[in-house]
Design a protein around this ligand. Structure first.
Ligand SMILES: NC(=O)c1ccc[n+]([C@@H]2O[C@H](COP(=O)([O-])OP(=O)(O)OC[C@H]3O[C@@H](n4cnc5c(N)ncnc54)[C@H](OP(=O)(O)O)[C@@H]3O)[C@@H](O)[C@H]2O)c1
Length: 286
């Protein structure tokens, strides 16, 4: 497909959608057309809490899905099965995103199995560990400082390096990176993690500028507290305290993040790039 240099990118699916959505064709009834019909998405961290929800929301909107996992094969297989039950094609692929060669293989296998790559959403992240998170800065070991940099930041860099050429070749694509609200507001805890996530926001802006002229959009999510497995390590008292922080006075759900991923993946956000979308119930606005 050729890129249109003056207006929004031409999109065969959006045009089809406009033509048939809600119309009664003789004898056929309304033809539902989802926002991502015919598209292929790769979700890293697809075996984790938010990644799984993103896979399901993308599949509900019509996307075929490649689900990356590291150790959680069972979880990845289960979410692929859910996507298949929704009528989509799906594949689970093992890869350690800290390894650039593994990221190249991940993207290659996704394209070989599903034929193309339109969307990449990066949720692979170093797992939350209470003791690392709350450790005084001066006591952090070099390994504790490196882990979020290796997985969250460099993992996103390597996946982006592997995936962007395929998007550039098609003249379109949406890359969605995952940052965090405390990377914007600052915090006294989780400092290794915050450094990695702050760099993610810079990476999104840089890649948006570098690849926007080639039709590739790059945005980042800044997430607040989202109820996933790792958060079970947080005590009840702390969980209630954290729920009081945002304006909406509650934690977010993985599904609420998944629906923002669909927005950034689809042509509904065709003129949005280089942005950090804050999904935090109104915490970072203070
Ligand atoms: N939950 C929150 O409140 C929150 C807030 C802000 C930002 N975030 C960010 O959102 C993303 C997802 O968070 P989550 O809560 O869904 O976490 P999660 O449930 O712990 O999922 C983490 C995912 O990362 C994968 N992963 C870990 N190390 C990896 C590696 N070396 N290579 C490849 N994959 C690896 C895991 O794969 P396996 O399980 O297969 O090993 C898992 O799929 C993370 O980037 C996190 O920092 C979350």
């Amino acid at each position: 497909m050729q890129r249109n240099d003056v207006g929004p990118p031409r999109c065969e699916f959006a045009l089809i959608s406009f033509a048939v959505r809600g119309f009664n064709r003789k004898g056929a009834g309304p033809v539902p057309v989802a926002r991502l019909d015919g598209r292929v998405a790769l979700v890293t961290g697809g075996s984790g809490g938010i990644g799984r929800a993103a896979v399901v929301e993308l599949a509900k909107e019509g996307a075929d899905i490649a689900v990356q996992f590291n150790r959680g094969k069972e979880s990845a297989d289960a979410v692929v099965e859910r996507a298949q039950k929704l009528g989509r094609r799906g594949i689970a692929i093992q890869a350690d995103v800290g390894d650039p060669k593994a990221c190249e293989r991940l993207v290659r296998e996704a394209i070989r199995s599903l034929g193309r790559l339109d969307v990449v959403a990066c949720f692979a992240g170093h797992p939350y560990r209470d003791e690392e998170w709350n450790k005084p800065f001066e006591e952090l070991t070099p390994a504790e400082i490196r882990r979020p940099l290796d997985v969250d930041l460099l993992g996103s860099v390597y996946v982006a390096q592997a995936a962007i050429p395929a998007m550039v070749e098609r003249g379109r694509g949406s890359l969605i990176l995952t940052g965090s609200t405390p990377a914007i507001t600052g915090d006294a805890v989780g400092i290794s993690y915050l450094m990695a996530k702050a760099a993610i926001h810079a990476l999104a802006r840089a890649l948006a500028q570098a690849y926007g002229p080639k039709g590739v959009r790059v945005n980042a999510l800044a997430l607040g507290n989202i109820t996933t497995g790792p958060m079970e390590a947080v005590s009840d008292v702390e969980r209630r305290k954290l729920a009081e922080e945002p304006a909406l006075k509650r934690w977010g759900t993985p599904e609420e993040v998944g629906r923002v991923v669909v927005f950034l993946a689809s042509d509904d956000s065709a003129y949005i790039t280089g942005q950090t979308l804050v999904v935090d119930g109104g915490y970072a606005m203070r």
